[in-house]
Write a protein that binds this ligand. Structure first.
Ligand SMILES: NC(=O)c1ccc[n+]([C@@H]2O[C@H](COP(=O)([O-])OP(=O)(O)OC[C@H]3O[C@@H](n4cnc5c(N)ncnc54)[C@H](OP(=O)(O)O)[C@@H]3O)[C@@H](O)[C@H]2O)c1
Length: 284
């Protein structure tokens, strides 16, 4: 079962998993309309409607589990994992967040508590800890971050570690298809380190139009996110993270990880590869 099957990472996991002859997949979606348009076998599952969990989990042995962008993720995961245990699910591949075990970033730490709950529940598990999604360069929460060649962000000149969502999905599918090989593993995923100014330079060279980075104050991000109705606790944590980058006090920057190549035997996408693949979406 692939949860978040209509989302960025879940949809990529579903597509790759459906193409894997060792897997018999079902995507979990929130409505009958979404089930109809998914293009893959689907079940109805809403993390906020506990009565949907047991029927959706019938016959499922492995799960790609993603939640997030809201503090409700704690209750959602507890209910889901309790139901999964009752349904005799064996292996959970969890989409987590960046960070060392002592990360100061609260919403990253929330994901680590979910990891601990998965372990405590007795599942075999693979924990994915991706760094920043390259997909954010296309848009974030439905909002474009690059408009007419101007990248607006809130992390000053911090150099961030990036990973392509397609590469996260590839590791997830490897883990789902060979759980015994990937059990009890935590895979940190990050393949390129770039500041937004460096990304603007790459865009300018690859797209052939001018791009520039404009560092904005983090409180502007918080005001816009809350005005758009985003989860207060999550966005407060994201804001504090951006503020720490802007102040230069964040730890854990500039880390690269070999998990992708170790698991897939392939080279991970660089930011430049990603920009080339999405050329038309970046040109203006
Ligand atoms: N962005 C980053 O750089 C980054 C980096 C590291 C980790 N992460 C983590 O990655 C996760 C987000 O992944 P994503 O970008 O793939 O998310 P996404 O594109 O926003 O997709 C969210 C998915 O969850 C589904 N969903 C939402 N509420 C649900 C509910 N109550 N019941 C069932 N399904 C529900 C949505 O379904 P609908 O179509 O019905 O809305 C959608 O399929 C978060 O946990 C975040 O912390 C993000």
């Amino acid at each position: 079962m692939i949860t978040g099957a209509t989302g960025q990472i879940g949809s990529a996991v579903l597509r790759l998993a459906a193409a894997n002859p060792n897997l018999d997949v079902v995507g979990a979606v929130r409505s009958a309309e979404k089930a109809e348009t998914l293009g893959f076998p689907a079940v109805l599952l809403d993390f906020d409607r506990p009565e949907t969990l047991a029927p959706a989990l019938e016959g499922v042995d492995r799960v790609f589990l993603m939640t997030g962008y809201t503090i409700r993720m704690f209750r959602q995961n507890r209910d889901f994992l309790n139901a999964a245990r009752r349904a005799d699910v064996e292996h959970i591949v969890h989409l987590g967040a960046p960070g060392d075990d002592d990360t100061p970033v609260e919403h990253w730490l929330w994901h680590q508590f979910i990891e601990r709950y998965i372990e405590w529940s007795g599942f075999s598990f693979t924990h994915l800890r991706p760094e920043i999604f390259m997909q954010n360069l296309l848009g974030y929460g439905g909002v474009r971050v690059i408009v007419n060649g101007v990248i607006r962000h809130y992390v000053a000149n911090a150099r961030l570690t990036w990973i392509d969502g397609e590469d996260i999905a590839a590791v997830a599918v490897e883990s789902l298809s060979k759980p015994e090989e990937h059990a009890e593993k935590t895979y940190r995923l990050g393949s390129d380190v770039r500041s937004y100014a460096e990304i603007a330079e790459i865009l300018t060279r690859v797209i052939g139009q001018p791009f520039a980075y404009e560092a904005r104050p983090p409180n502007e991000f918080l005001a816009a996110a809350l005005a758009a109705g985003a989860d207060t606790a999550y966005m407060q944590s994201a804001y504090e993270n951006y503020a720490a980058y802007t102040a230069g006090t964040n730890r854990g920057e500039e880390k690269l990880f070999s998990s992708f190549v170790d698991v897939t035997g392939r080279k991970a996408a660089s930011v430049e590869d990603f920009i080339r693949r999405h050329h038309d979406a970046f040109s203006y």
